[in-house]
Design a protein around this ligand. Sequence first.
Ligand code: IMP
Ligand code: MG
Length: 177
Amino acid sequence: MIQLLDRTFVPFIDKKTIDNRLVELANELQTFYQETPVKVLVVLNGSAVFATDLLRLLPTNFQMDFVKVKSYENLASSGKVKELIGLSQSVSGCEVLILEDIVDTGLTIDGLLKDLKEQNPSGIAVCSLLFKPEAFQGKELPKFIGFSIPNKFVVGYGLDYNEYGRNLKEIYQLKEL
Ligand code: IMP
Ligand code: MG
């Protein structure tokens, strides 16, 4: 068990299971993209750990760029608007692969896809290490998924609880009170 601030977390997905799944995911990605140049957009901060491990299993046609999501209240709608920031070059005409740590409600990914599609990429897909099907309300399912997990809060391997726990080697789940 591990304590972060006021919460206790229990081991959930161990390093070996993560490593094995990354090898499989890398194979799926290579099979799908073959030799095509792919612009991989790593969504910071959460995806940094997953992305650097995954990208080192992939050949050099997979390029790496880092982006962030800015969240703000839109006066016209009730929810938060998610805007992509930090893209170093336009993705017009590119094959784009978004790497996410987790797709929960799916709202972040919807915002990113909307912003990127305006630049007319030749193709766009999402690869998420974790996916919570019970929480998902988005428009498009991630094309590549590491693990589908129950709707419980998780930390580690890039994911945080109030910025703590990103550097844990394994994934932990919130312990029920
Ligand atoms: P979504 O927009 O609801 O899909 O959530 C996206 C973001 O919420 C993720 O990129 C994470 O930063 C955060 N998030 C969602 N679920 C979890 C979790 O279980 N642990 C840590 N962060 C989470
Ligand atoms: Mg994230």
